[in-house]
Ligand binder design. Structure first.
Ligand SMILES: Nc1nc2c(c(=O)[nH]1)N[C@H]1C(S)=C(S)[C@@H](COP(=O)(O)OP(=O)(O)OC[C@H]3O[C@@H](n4cnc5c(=O)[nH]c(N)nc54)[C@H](O)[C@@H]3O)O[C@H]1N2
Ligand SMILES: Nc1nc2c(c(=O)[nH]1)N[C@H]1C(S)=C(S)[C@@H](COP(=O)(O)OP(=O)(O)OC[C@H]3O[C@@H](n4cnc5c(=O)[nH]c(N)nc54)[C@H](O)[C@@H]3O)O[C@H]1N2
Ligand code: SF4
Ligand SMILES: [Mo]
Length: 723
């Protein structure tokens, strides 16, 4: 029996774990108390790693799909050969642009694959690199570009007197407080931090809030504009800070003038006094930060919501000033240059290839995933004929039927997977993939995500590396996800580079194309020029805090003339449009579709990657509703219902939840059985994305459809009749 330190990769929190192994069998996983920051915390998904690892349906050999739909085993060597040949033919006939790749949540387990996917597409000359970042919170990147950033970074959470969370639930999702979030929030709020939460549910996070604004889904811009209105009305702007660092305050004042507390309260369904209390907390605090989740993003207008949150920060001067500690210090990334000055705004959209799908183009968040299915079905020159997929698209992309159509139209569809899922069943080649404990662990991912999203990087100089914990099962033929890209590139005679730690003026390291690197070799290249050498991080099996990586914010450059933009014209125009619009017409609820469906996350699942396991009370994704709504519909806990939108219908089970706002239904995504196969909704859950449509209410820039605040109906169904 052996106990080995590693880290859980079932979500981006990457908790340090201790794995008990006996003769190659994983017996137990527990939190590692010797590791800093996490205090031994793990969640049920971490504790479920042994069952996950021992899954009976695990793929031990790659599969090839025959024209009749059957899957037959194929050796990894043969697979690489066939994929190379077919890819070569597609590139010859249609050009490199016909080849696309999509990086999804699975990257948490296969970190080197992200690097290799990107360099592989670059090497073949295709711009068609997509990722979940354009489904998730693309508005966050876009708003930051329009507003401009702060070279000193955000204020360290331990120094925040106020913290505004908008449509996120860190206690469950770990986004924004990745290490033991419940305990972290408890100690921060006990220490005096005032938490404000804007969410239609009284979430585990909202429980700790000084003010909870339980708004109608989709009304975030209204509420945030209302807070700005009040901050200005209370004379709460940091005039000195703005004078030196920002422009547009008068236009912002004008654009938010009519978002009075009474208007906001009536429209967004919040209490005007609570709104005023929230504004007062923001005004009275000397330091603070804002954190947005997927809620406002899916409800559409995510760019505006993120933009208005940045405006609140700038109005209040909530940015790390000279001498403050840097809130996202780097360990495995190159050291940053942290200065108390603005980073000038840049264009957020409108570059790169213009696709034939609604003219969608690249944005600062990347190529628009919203265009991907249509591109696979396009008759235009930009048709995508080959896709390398690293995600559970059938459960996680909107409108499953369109996703099936699109994936089925590919000439070459290659996927990585641990088992044959609804998504991988459609692929021509399913690459049987090593699982997390068979792959070396490294904390580089969180730091890289931290450069584009504030919710993942460590707020202390923490890093960890661990070699693989166990060997793959005897007799198996598995690949790590990155290996296909290396091997195909090698056969096609392409040269690959590593862009992860790219810094201006330093050429990206080249990968040896004559001798296949190990994953460790790749990690070494991915961490080149890191603040702390990877070799030093490797000396600490439980991870460590690297004191010499701590940084403080430096003074402003005398010659700095950049200013933050408080009144980007597109954003102000959108805000004026919102104030002028017909609210109910916009919301689209009706007597037929009276409820609003929103997404929420559950502690026991992570997108489609991990489903509730033995530890969970329910294994499906219930439709959470307020007890009064259930009563009105004569439903009880566990009633089977048809949940219908204008685009589709699914069968689910209701669960009373008095923390819901009445009129709102919350469900998790990532569930559902294989289409066309008889299934048990109590075991498999239901796929909420069958209720969405790729062409519903699209964002004008990143193109994503409405995924939250979706009008639906709830109707009882007779379980007997269905059986
Ligand atoms: N309705 C609705 N839809 C959503 C969301 C929502 O809240 N509501 N959230 C959206 C968001 S924010 C995101 S980021 C996406 C996430 O969705 P995806 O990007 O699709 O990510 P996952 O579902 O995590 O992908 C996990 C799947 O990848 C495959 N896989 C391949 N290789 C590996 C591996 O090495 N390890 C693991 N574990 N799996 C592997 C497995 O089939 C696994 O099931 O979903 C989006 N879709
Ligand atoms: N356990 C678990 N953890 C996860 C994941 C998972 O699937 N399971 N997924 C990971 C991924 S891919 C991501 S992107 C992060 C996301 O991290 P979060 O953004 O924190 O995700 P959620 O927990 O879904 O929180 C979204 C919140 O928005 C609220 N909401 C819904 N609609 C609206 C609205 O219109 N306005 C407002 N203000 N709020 C609204 C919901 O009630 C919910 O509480 O989580 C990551 N962590
Ligand atoms: S929060 Fe849970 S799933 Fe996420 S890394 Fe920690 S133990 Fe794993
Ligand atoms: Mo996400």
């Amino acid at each position: 029996m052996q106990v080995r330190a590693s880290m859980c990769r079932n979500c981006a929190a990457t908790c340090p774990i201790l794995v008990t192994i006996d003769q190659g069998k994983v017996l137990r996983v527990e939190g590692d108390r010797e590791a800093p920051l996490y205090n031994g915390y793990i969640c049920p998904k971490g504790r479920a790693i042994p069952q996950q690892h021992a899954r009976a349906n695990r793929l031990l050999h790659s599969l090839k799909r025959l024209p009749d739909g059957r899957h037959v085993p194929i050796s990894s060597e043969q697979l690489v050969e066939e994929v190379t040949d077919r890819l070569g033919l597609i590139i010859d006939a249609h050009g490199p642009q016909a080849v696309a790749a999509y990086l999804g949540g699975a990257v948490q387990e296969q970190w080197a694959a992200s690097s290799m996917m990107v360099t592989f597409l670059k090497a073949i000359g295709s711009p068609m690199m997509f990722s979940a970042a354009t489904i998730d919170q693309p508005g966050g990147h876009m708003a930051l570009a329009l507003h401009g950033g702060w070279a000193g970074g955000r204020i360290h959470p331990k120094e925040c007197e106020v913290f505004l969370v908008v449509g996120g639930n860190p206690v469950v999702s770990k986004q924004h407080f990745p290490q033991n979030p419940a305990q972290q929030l408890k100690s921060l709020t006990k220490g005096g931090m005032q938490l404000i939460v804007i969410d239609p549910r009284r979430t585990e996070t909202a429980r700790r809030a000084a003010v909870h604004l339980q708004l109608i889904p989709g009304e975030d811009p209204t509420v945030l504009a209302g807070l700005i209105h009040l901050i200005i009305a209370m004379d709460g702007i940091d005039a000195d800070f703005i004078q030196q660092n920002a422009r547009g305050v008068e236009s912002l004042k004008e654009a938010t003038r009519d978002f009075t507390p009474d208007y906001v309260a009536a429209r967004a369904g919040v209490d005007a006094n609570d709104l005023t209390r929230a504004a007062r907390l923001l005004v009275e605090a000397n330091t603070g930060d804002t954190a947005l989740g997927v809620g406002p993003s899916f409800a559409t207008r995510g760019t505006l919501s993120n933009y208005l949150a940045l405006c609140i920060q700038t109005l209040r001067g909530f940015w790390a000033r000279e001498g403050a500690r840097v809130s996202r210090p780097r360990v495995l990334r190159p050291r940053g240059t942290w200065k108390a000055q603005p980073v000038a705004p840049t264009p957020a959209w409108g570059f790169g290839l213009r696709t034939s799908v609604r003219g969608l183009q690249q944005t600062v968040a990347g190529m628009p995933t919203a265009a991907l299915p249509e591109l696979m079905l396009s008759n235009g020159k930009d048709r995508i004929r080959s896709l390398f997929l690293h995600a559970g698209a059938m459960y996680t992309w909107p409108q499953q039927s369109r996703t099936i159509e699109a994936l089925s139209a590919l000439d070459l569809f290659v996927i990585h997977d641990l088992e044959l899922t609804a998504t991988s069943a459609l692929a021509h080649y399913v690459i049987a993939t090593k699982s997390q404990l068979e792959i070396p662990a490294i904390t580089h991912l969180g730091e890289v995500c931290g450069t584009v999203h504030p919710g993942y990087a460590w707020t202390e100089p923490y890093a960890m590396y661990q070699p693989a914990t166990v060997e793959p099962p005897p007799g198996s033929d598995l690949l790590e996800a990155w290996q296909i890209y290396y091997r195909v590139a090698q056969r096609l005679g392409l040269a690959l580079e590593v862009f992860d730690n790219a810094c201006a003026g330093v050429p990206p390291p080249k990968i040896d194309m004559t001798r296949e690197p190990t994953t460790d070799d790749l990690y070494e290249l991915m961490c080149h020029d890191s603040a702390i050498p990877l070799s030093r991080v490797k000396q600490f099996p439980h991870g460590a805090l690297f004191e010499d990586a701590r940084e403080i914010v430096r003074p402003r450059d005398i010659e700095c003339t950049a200013t933050l933009q408080l009144a980007d014209e597109d954003m102000m125009q959108e805000l004026r449009g919102i104030r002028a619009e017909e609210i109910l017409a916009r919301r689209k609820t009706s007597t037929e579709y009276p409820f609003l469906l929103i997404s929420r996350r559950m502690q026991t699942s992570n997108s489609s990657g991990i489903r509730p396991v033995a530890t969970a009370k329910v294994t499906y994704n219930p439709a959470f509703m307020h007890p009064d709504d259930l009563h009105q519909l004569s439903l009880v806990a566990g009633s089977m219902v048809a949940i219908s939108s204008r685009y589709g219908s699914i069968i689910g089970f209701v669960e009373p939840d008095d923390k819901m706002r009445p009129g709102v239904v919350a469900m998790s995504h990532g569930f559902g059985a294989r289409p066309g196969v008889p299934y048990d909704p109590r075991r498999d859950g239901a796929n909420v994305n069958q209720l969405l449509d790729w062409n519903d209410d699209n964002d004008p820039h990143h193109g994503m459809p409405r995924m939250g605040a979706v009008p639906i109906s709830i109707r009882a169904v007779d379980a007997q009749a269905l059986a």
